[in-house]
Design a protein around this ligand. Sequence first.
Ligand SMILES: Cc1cc2nc3c(=O)[nH]c(=O)nc-3n(C[C@H](O)[C@H](O)[C@H](O)COP(=O)(O)OP(=O)(O)OC[C@H]3O[C@@H](n4cnc5c(N)ncnc54)[C@H](O)[C@@H]3O)c2cc1C
Length: 419
Amino acid sequence: MNEKKHIIVIGAGFGGLQAVQKLSKNKDVRITLIDRTNHHLFQPLLYQIATAVLSPADIGIPTRSLTDQMKNVTVLMDEVTGIDKDSKKIYLHEKEMFYDYLIIATGAKTSYFGHTEWKKYSLGLKNIFDALRIRNKLLISFEKAENHPERSEELLKYIIIGGGPTGVEIAGSIAELSHSIINNDFRNIDTRKAKIILIEGGSDLLSTFDRRLSVYTKKRLEKRGVEVMLNTRVMNIEDKTVFTKSPFGDKILSGELIIWAAGVEAVPLNANSGFNVDRQKRAVVNEFCSLNEYPDVFVIGDAADFKGKDGKPLPGVSAVAMQQGRYAAATIIRKIKGKSIEPFRYINKGNMATIGRKDAVAEISGFSFTGIFAWLLWLFVHLFYQVGFKNKVSILITWIWSYYTFGASARLIQNPDDI
Ligand SMILES: Cc1cc2nc3c(=O)[nH]c(=O)nc-3n(C[C@H](O)[C@H](O)[C@H](O)COP(=O)(O)OP(=O)(O)OC[C@H]3O[C@@H](n4cnc5c(N)ncnc54)[C@H](O)[C@@H]3O)c2cc1C
């Protein structure tokens, strides 16, 4: 009989991977890492896949290669469909497994706030497949416009819904691609005339940042040719059409590509397993990142509702997931050794978002930065946290190349059937 405690980690994202790295150092446990994909994904750079700057392999790293040196870690590519907390069992597609401790780090998915019908007409940005779909549609819109220049005004119109970091970054990046990078590549159209509209329901972009940074971001995006619509609520989305409502009146906007960056919710596993969940379907956890009645079940990262000092759930950012992953691993080891455990404390190291070339906003330890310094900081932090040395080097080379050549090298249309 194997006496080593069995720890199952569901999800090889930011939280799950940190937990596994820490747990693997303890030879008295065996770990099973389960993910429905075969890779760890660096989501903060997904928008650069969508806008043809990077290639998928730059930010998606095979989970097996990340764990090949960890002999007490078994990786399974499968989807966990349910959890029986009482018998300490998880259900996969075709089998069941027992655990002593469970870490759920399953992250989030795009949420349409109950309007699932909008999914048909807009694209979310949560994984590689979403990013490739956006890239395909974006690149095809340029090709179509070159073929039918008389329709270029209609074809080169992009609507982004949601003024958080993802919406801001993708709007800035599409503006850069169409207005500066590819404008010399076409003969029949002027891609600098592409229209990019960013819609935000609240009164500010980047609403969780210092207000000065929000105002700065809006100004800089507008300078780059993005039309920013604040206080504008999306009432409906249909084929290539967005219906909006604002204090200035209702509008019907048309766009060749509609990107939905307005919301996320936890993946359905929490709710399907009978956990106590909040409005965003995150599992409500206690100060130890575990379920109240099941202290051996930890839920971390985007899948968890952990209340911060202000009583609000911690934000869905990679720093929270990583810190909680390391914490859950350390807590499990302490429990196995019969030691006392401490509550989780989140250390907020700051926020940042890039607006485009040589421009970003950042707030770190109460200090705000804008412009080129914030941009360099953003580049450094994103390279530093990127997993895998080869990927760091590949991204750095691509960025330097793109910076000097004004190029977007990953302009491959993968599904020409979309034309
Ligand atoms: C476009 C975008 C930009 C972002 N930019 C930033 C940023 O600049 N800075 C920042 O800090 N954060 C950013 N984030 C947020 C950050 O990526 C998340 O907070 C972080 O990934 C959460 O980590 P996690 O471990 O909780 O989940 P994830 O990293 O999402 O990992 C979840 C994993 O679980 C797997 N999974 C899900 N369900 C199952 C199941 N049932 N069975 C098996 N496997 C399953 C998934 O395949 C996935 O690999 C961004 C997110 C997006 C989408």
